[in-house]
Design a protein around this ligand. Structure first.
Ligand SMILES: [Zn+2]
Length: 73
C-alpha cells in the first residue's frame, strides 16, 4: 500500500543518491555539528570532505558547514 511514509522514503532515497549533503569533517566531526556520531553511522544522504583538503572543502553542500568555513577565514 502506498502511504505517505513509503512515498517520503522513496523520495528521500532518490534525493540522497542525487543530492547528498556534503559536510566538512574536522577532527572527526562535521563543522556544522549535525551529528556527533562517526560518519559511518550518519543517516543516508550525508557525505563528507576533509577539512584539511581545501579543494575538497569547496564541494561542501551543507549551508551550515559553509558558514563555519567562512567564519574561519
Ligand atoms: Zn554540515
Amino acid at each position: 500500500m502506498l502511504t505517505r511514509e513509503t512515498v517520503m522514503e522513496a523520495v528521500m532515497s532518490v534525493l540522497d543518491k542525487t543530492f547528498p549533503v556534503i559536510h566538512v569533517l574536522r577532527g572527526g566531526f562535521p563543522l556544522c555539528g549535525f551529528s556527533l556520531a562517526l560518519p559511518e553511522k550518519w543517516p543516508p544522504g550525508h557525505k563528507w570532505v576533509p577539512f584539511q583538503d581545501p579543494e575538497a572543502r569547496r564541494k561542501t553542500s551543507c549551508p551550515d558547514c559553509k558558514a563555519e568555513l567562512e567564519g574561519d577565514n
